[in-house]
Design a protein. Structure first.
Lengths: 399, 368
């Protein structure tokens, strides 16, 4: 303190610039940042140096050359053709497509079932909302991995194909997985798919026109009938025009196994069931909080306008609730994609599982983990980009 | 006397109004007021009737609490809790030497006592922090031994519930300050620091926990100089800390954003520096706001510790699963998983109830 009390007595031999410079915000922040950034760079350099040295010692060639080498790893299922003689690159692609498969089917299921569950949770009937709440609490308070193990055991303990459950015609549930009817078609399927796309575009355009007309004249034009006709007629027309042979195949029991249709493996069934049952509990809570965030007066005002409950929900409540619902839904989809990596624990050949085997076989741990991270980061970034776009679209347009 | 009213000819008298008061009226109003609601009620009742009695039979009435696998496999026998009881010690403590099981047990008791003490606002002072430091050291000494005449136990032999607890609690305690620093960094005015924090947080949050665990288990040893080895458990623990920190950072950032600018300005005009302002004015308010999401993060993290099974650590879930491979007791998966689920449920559910209570307790202004 003595020094501060007599600043004049301090030797001013050209050193008084130190506190002046030190207390300059710009200098100080630059210094802090430089030190921190330098530290991070140094750490990276240090680790990279060690990694290069260690890999040289272990005889591992760094780089992505291993992707072309034959993989010799069997993969149980996949969307594209694959044999163990194929390369590691193709094996990883098969795994990636398997991840996409479970994520896309799952996100659709989760949206539909989760919203339904959320609405059930809001039911004025205490019996129903209590049941749903019990479900949500149990699911949210136990680990997902445990639930996946549980579902896998359940699927495994299902009866053999001969005693398979047959809830609907052509659907068999057994310990070999789930058999469902399927359409068998060759390359001509593309024509049908494009016709379906055209029908969807047409319906959307018609909906736009109908809405513009309603805004102009106040007259309501029903959209659904024409859309349904388009969606059904155009693909059928395409199938007839290009004479695409569509053969619906229905699974049936022959000997000890099923023939025809398509089958979902036990691993896929368990993973999809487990992830979906887990995630819908979160979606239900998001939907509930979203709907409850809309002020009660909105319901009353809409009722006093003479709207019915269902129309109130669709026209008044949901558009407002969506603003609250969409951001957390984004993270739910992201979580779904990330949680699908738990497939490795029950033997579904997803990306993580294939990459893990690759890593064990080749020892290229740095490269394979880099691939994993790059893939998951791009999935995460694209889902959030899409949801941000959607969020902007439905956001409140203020004057 | 009031003359008896005669209905006009051809007009049916209206019946008395439906009761809407009393318990009968309440039941009618709540469960049977519209046809749809009646259908819902009946469906729910049917569901309960189909599910609850069989479940009760399986879990209690026909369940077997003692005996061997043979008795459990008798047709008509429900849940085989005898299996769970037989394997309880193994599930709780893993391969920890059997005669030393009192040590992990004592560690868990210390842990639960500390959690309980931290739950009360009365104990929220500096002493609690020192208490935690002492407790963590004591817990480590109890588990690892090597001093005070306690036998040394390698981390390879640690397992079961104490391991799960240690991973979760040390992870959270260590990740919390890192998370706060990251959140502050992300809101910092220094562009390089902000950018580094953003990249870190988004990279960690963008990839699954498994990837980070793989990194710690398989890739990280490659990054160390030759001859240097770090314990596998410690590596997994660091990975969990780094993972949790990113999520805590995002939660805390939400709270920081909710603090009005005036609070910052007021603190600065009092002459507080950055760290004082944050510690005394901003963070106490911000953390209070984020208690519910923070507890959700904690619960999620507690559940996520089960993932260490994939890199071969012997946590509670792994212990249960390896108990299932005992040839004498094959096939009691459902019992084992139901038991494991109820243990996890107990922890997570009490945490979420506590957060509800704390939220109300810390916000007297919102209580009615």
């Amino acid at each position: 303190m003595a020094g501060l009390a007599h600043p004049k007595t301090a030797p001013s031999a050209g050193l008084d610039w130190i506190p002046r410079v030190w207390n300059n915000r710009l200098v100080r922040t630059t210094l802090y940042q430089a030190v921190l950034f330098g530290g991070v760079i140094w750490m990276f350099a240090y680790f990279t140096g060690n990694a290069v040295e260690n890999m040289a010692r272990l005889g591992i060639t760094s780089g992505y050359g291993f992707l072309d080498r034959p993989a010799n790893l069997p993969i149980g299922e996949g969307i594209i053709a694959y044999t163990p003689a194929d390369s590691y690159g193709r094996a990883i692609l098969v795994g990636l497509l398997n991840t996409f498969k479970v994520t896309i089917i799952g996100c659709v299921l989760v949206t539909i079932l989760g919203v339904t569950l959320g609405i059930m949770r809001l039911s004025p009937n205490p019996l129903l909302s209590g049941l749903v709440q019990t479900y949500i609490e149990v699911i949210r308070n136990t680990p997902l991995l445990l639930q996946l193990f549980f579902w896998y055991v359940i699927v495994r303990q299902l009866p053999a194909p001969r005693q398979a459950f047959n809830p609907l015609d052509g659907v068999f549930i057994s310990n070999r997985g789930v058999q469902i009817p399927w359409l068998e078609a060759d390359a001509g399927l593309w024509w049908i798919a494009s016709a379906l796309g055209l029908a969807i575009l047409g319906s959307l355009a018609y909906r736009r026109m109908a809405m513009a007309r309603q805004a102009r004249t106040g007259e309501f034009t029903p959209v659904l009938p024409l859309a349904l006709v388009l969606l059904l007629v155009l693909p059928a027309l395409a199938a007839w025009l290009f004479s695409v042979p569509i053969i619906p195949t229905i699974p049936e029991l022959k000997g000890f196994n099923f023939v025809g249709g398509t089958s979902l493996t036990p691993e896929f069934t368990a993973l999809l069931t487990g992830l979906t049952m887990y995630t819908i509990a979160f979606v239900a809570e998001i939907v509930r909080s979203g709907v409850q965030s809309v002020a009660h007066g909105q319901w009353e005002a809409a009722r006093s306008l003479g709207l019915r409950d269902r129309r109130i929900l669709r026209l008044i409540i949901l558009p407002q609730a969506l603003r609250v619902i969409v951001p957390p839904m984004t993270s739910t989809y992201l979580n779904y994609a990330k949680n699908s990596s738990l497939a490795v624990a029950i033997g579904y050949p997803d990306l993580v599982s294939v990459v893990n085997t690759t890593m064990n076989q080749t020892g290229q741990s740095v490269e394979t983990i880099a691939i994993l991270m790059a893939v998951y980061l791009s999935i995460s970034l694209s889902i959030s980009a899409f949801m941000n776009w959607y969020n902007r679209r439905i956001a409140l347009t203020e004057r | 006397m009031i003359p008896h009213r005669q209905a006009a000819p051809g007009v049916e008298p209206i019946g008395p109004p439906i009761i809407v008061t009393g318990w009968l009226g309440w039941i009618r109003q709540t469960f049977f007021n519209t046809p749809l609601n009646t259908i819902i009620t009946l469906t729910c009742l049917l569901f309960l009737w189909r599910v609850l009695p069989p479940f009760y039979d399986w879990a209690f009435a026909a369940a077997l609490w003692e005996g061997d696998a043979k008795a459990c496999r008798q047709p008509g026998t429900g849940a085989c809790w005898a299996f769970v009881i037989e394997k309880l010690r193994f599930a709780l403590f893993g391969f920890y030497p059997a005669d030393l099981h009192w040590r992990p047990l004592a560690m868990m008791l210390v842990f639960i006592a500390m959690i309980g003490a931290s739950g009360y606002q009365r104990f929220w002072r500096r002493e609690l922090f020192y208490g935690w430091v002492v407790a963590l050291v004591a817990m480590y000494v109890l588990m690892a031994g090597g001093v005070f005449g306690l036998a040394r136990i390698e981390t390879r032999q640690w397992g079961g519930l104490p391991l799960t607890m240690a991973l979760a609690i040390i992870g959270l305690v260590a990740a919390f300050p890192i998370g706060i620093l990251l959140a502050l960094g992300r809101r910092s005015r220094m562009p390089v620091i902000r950018m580094m924090c953003v990249v870190y947080i988004e990279c960690i949050r963008g990839v699954p926990l498994i990837t980070i665990l793989f990194m710690s288990a398989i890739m990280f040893p490659l990054l160390l100089p030759e001859g240097v080895q770090i314990d596998k458990l410690l590596r997994a623990q660091v990975a969990l800390i780094l993972f949790a920190a990113a999520y805590i950072a995002e939660t805390v950032r939400g709270g920081l954003q909710a603090i009005p600018r005036g609070q910052f300005e007021a603190a600065q005009s009092l002459g507080l520096g950055y760290w004082r302002m944050m510690a005394k004015v901003i963070l106490p308010q911000a953390l209070k706001i984020v208690i519910p999401p923070l507890v959700n993060t904690f619960i999620g993290f507690f559940k996520d510790t089960t993932l260490v099974i994939i890199i071969g650590l012997f946590d509670f879930l792994t212990a249960i699963r390896s108990a299932l491979t005992d040839p004498a007791w094959l096939g009691f998966h459902v019992e084992a998983y139901v038991f494991a689920a109820s243990v996890y449920f107990l922890f997570c559910f009490s945490m979420s109830r506590y957060s509800l209570w704390l939220e109300g307790h810390l916000s007297p202004e919102r209580r009615r």
